[in-house]
Design a binder for this molecule. Structure first.
Ligand code: IVH
Length: 706
């Protein structure tokens, strides 16, 4: 046992072996995303190493992988100066800003080359050549995280600091050690580069979007305050005095530069990145080197497109002059270098104020509080409203009228308030309480069991009716062209319709046309167009009809499940709660609301009115499905292309499918949804028939992809 100072040499070897192996597996898992062993095997090895190190603490070196779990809590953070200040970056917001940077750079370098050529060690000729070729730049995503510096002495991690004010940062070594993708030792194996005496690296600590969501979810469950965004979560996690807390947070890092380096010779930034990668640091895969300014602009557009689909948040692109001699010649200003610039994306987060909170009534009667904001540009879109969901949400975030708030808009997601900036409060802000009556029809409201929502109980409330009709005419429902939101509101306010079935009362006759044409901003022509659109929409699939009815909790996918299962409207109407509930993908809550809907006599009258007014449920054949709802029939489906297509090449067909969200596979299997068979299709077609996979011809395919 441990009382004996001498440790069995076999155990020393085993500990060493486990430390090396666990470091290697850690790297494969966190940096390469390519694990070699299962989590269970990893855990087993780790447990064994922890046990050995517990028994023989002298084997527990500071760089052992067991040290990723955090150390004893600190009283406070020490501070340390950076050997070289950690500078910021100037920002460009437009192509013109970036071109200005480019022209400044060219002019500066040309005149430096002319006047003080002796400061360059390379020949003037070679520098002139590289300036003329203009492939000057390396570009990187601008990661939206927290900048850190990590120092390695003789290949061992000895200190990590925050950026702080750029000159002095806080020492967070214990915390940075817990980040799995940070090497504790520089990797030596198969590395052509020597281990430098001193290496200071700089990089951005980030949290992936999904990890951030999960982190907030678990904080919500534990009633802990939520983080506003992944960057705040990363910053908060790094500033923990107890590194065990940091260890429990899903932090990772991308490295983008160096401070002092002693012992390696390099002449370009891209070369630095490659060497850092060889030491085991994660380098962002979207880095591009040797670009002209035109290519830099192209890459920016590309990154902008990819932005939403990346696993982590980026807020722009960093453009760096690659040649280190050029960097040196360009030099630095007081807070930023002249050799780099950040070309920022449009903000998807902005600060604004809550001018008021109103209450909206939805088609199911649910009352939703909505913040009316001072209009603000968020990612190129002016935002003036944000849903607050319900009273619980308002209370949790403590949002008051008059508050200064941070709003975000991600992709096409509805803007939301993520945080109140409490320090901006003047004391005049007003708390908000949901009303006890419907703001439109003044009927009492009631809280729905175990839901945060409150509802207006009056089924004929005009606000609900308007929303039901808007839903009914929408794209995925009856898809009636020409009936917009404002028009629906007029129809209801003027008492022209009192249910969506009333829409089909309008026929192609003079009376109907006159009636519609008498509405505001309408004429005879537009009235006729609406009547034609109504006529065209009358043939509808069961799935769309179910969706159109606006049943609680019944969106497109539930409607689709119900239509597939019950096939006809009559059998759905006659189904018992249990029969509905057993449909895969439908839970008890949905089953109750579907069942209740069809057992409300008013709804049966409504459905009968639709049918009496000419609505007809039609079979959903493949073609109409494709034209009807392209997205559903193609998205996430697997296609195999075979034979020769006459109107396009196979790669064009592939591109069309991929654009529509489908996968294109090379061979037919039971997972294939469709085989597109062109002329002289061979074995793949036979296989499709054998497996019962749907085969479509070129015309059908064209109709599907539109
Ligand atoms: S280079 C002197 N590269 O942006 C060069 N910075 O506004 C300074 N950042 O504090 C940094 N991604 O936190 C560089 N690929 C990247 C970056 C990056 C994010 C952050 C970094 C820095 C801030 C500068």
């Amino acid at each position: 046992m441990t009382f004996n100072n001498k440790i069995d040499s076999k155990l020393v070897k085993e500990a060493q072996y486990l430390q090396d192996e666990l470091t290697r597996h850690n790297f494969r898992y966190h940096n390469l995303d390519d694990p070699e062993i299962s989590d269970a095997e990893y855990d087993k090895m780790m447990a064994r190493l922890v046990e050995i190190e517990r028994l023989y603490p002298s084997l527990s070196t500071p760089n052992s992988p067991t040290k990723r779990v955090g150390a004893a809590p600190l009283e406070s953070f020490e501070t340390a100066n950076h050997s070289i200040p950690m500078l910021g970056l100037d920002n460009a917001f437009t192509d013109a800003d970036l071109l200005d940077f480019h022209n400044r750079t060219l002019k500066f370098l040309a005149s430096e080359l002319e006047s003080k050529r002796d400061i360059f060690s390379s020949s003037k000729e070679s520098l002139n050549n590289s300036l003329n070729s203009q492939t000057l730049y390396t570009v990187e995503p601008k990661l939206d995280g927290v900048a850190v510096e990590i120092v390695y002495e003789d290949g061992i991690l000895t200190r990590a600091t925050t950026r702080g004010d750029g000159v002095t940062g806080e020492v967070i070594t214990q915390n940075v050690r817990t980040i799995r993708s940070v090497p504790l030792k520089l990797s030596k194996s198969s590395n052509p580069n020597p281990i430098p005496k001193l290496l200071e690296i700089r990089g951005e600590v980030i949290i992936n979007r999904q990890d951030f969501e999960n982190l907030n979810k678990s904080r919500l469950e534990k009633q802990e305050p939520l983080f506003a965004n992944p960057r705040n979560a990363a910053a908060g996690s790094l500033r923990q005095l107890d590194s065990k807390i940091t260890a429990s947070r899903p932090l990772s890092i991308f490295v983008y530069g160096t401070g002092v380096v002693d012992g390696i010779r390099v002449n370009s930034h891209s070369q630095i990145l490659k060497i850092l990668e060889s030491y085991g640091f994660p380098i962002n895969p979207l880095v591009r080197e040797g670009l002209t300014i035109e290519e830099v602009l192209d890459h920016y557009r590309e990154l902008e497109k990819q932005r939403e689909s990346l696993l982590y948040e980026i807020d722009g692109m960093v453009v760096k002059v690659d040649n280190l001699e050029f960097q040196k010649a360009l030099g630095v200003k007081s807070r930023s270098p002249r050799w780099a610039i950040a070309y920022k994306f449009q903000a998807i987060e902005a600060t604004t104020t809550v001018e008021d909170i109103t209450v909206q009534v939805g088609r199911t009667g649910a009352l939703t509080p909505v913040a009316l904001l001072e209009p603000v540009n968020v990612g190129g879109v002016t935002v003036s409203r944000a849903t607050l969901h319900n009273q619980d949400e308002i209370d949790r975030k403590d949002i008051r009228v008059g508050d200064t708030v941070i709003v975000v808009r991600a992709g096409d997601v509805i803007p939301k308030i993520v945080k109140v900036i409490e320090s901006k409060r003047s004391g005049d802000e007003k708390k908000f309480l949901m009303p006890s009556e419907c703001p439109v029809c003044k009927s009492p409201v009631k809280r729905v069991d175990d839901e945060a929502a409150i509802k207006c109980i009056n089924a004929s409330c005009s606000a609900q009716l308007k929303e039901r009709i808007k839903h009914f005419v929408s794209k995925s429902a009856f898809d009636i062209d020409g009936i917009g939101k404002k028009f629906v509101e007029q129809l209801v306010d003027k008492g022209v319709v009192s249910s969506f079935a009333d829409l089909f009362v309008f026929k192609n006759d003079d009376l109907s046309i006159k009636r519609l044409a008498s509405m505001d901003r309408m004429g005879r022509k537009s009235a006729e167009n609406i009547i034609n659109a109504l006529e065209k929409s009358k043939n509808i699939t069961l799935k769309r009809l179910i969706y159109s009815l606006g049943i609680d909790h019944t969106g497109e996918s539930v409607a689709s499940l119900l239509s597939e299962k019950f096939k006809t409207l009559d059998s759905l109407i006659l189904a018992s709660k249990e029969e509905i509930e057993v449909v895969e993908g439908i839970g008890p809550k949905i089953a109750v609301s579907v069942y209740d809907f069809f057992h409300n006599p008013d709804n049966i009258v409504l459905i009968n009115n639709l049918i009496d007014n000419g609505v007809k449920i039609v079979e959903q054949n493949l073609l109409s499905q494709a034209v009807d709802s392209k997205s559903d029939s193609i998205r996430n489906k697997t296609f195999v292309l075979t034979g020769t297509l006459t109107s396009m090449t196979r790669s064009e067909a592939k591109e069309l499918l991929e654009k529509a969200g489908a996968k294109v596979a090379g061979s037919v299997s039971s997972k294939t949804d469709f085989v597109v068979a062109g002329d002289s299709a061979g074995s793949k077609l036979t296989k499709a028939h054998e497996l019962g996979v749907t085969v479509i011809d070129e015309d059908t395919f064209k109709a599907m992809v539109g």
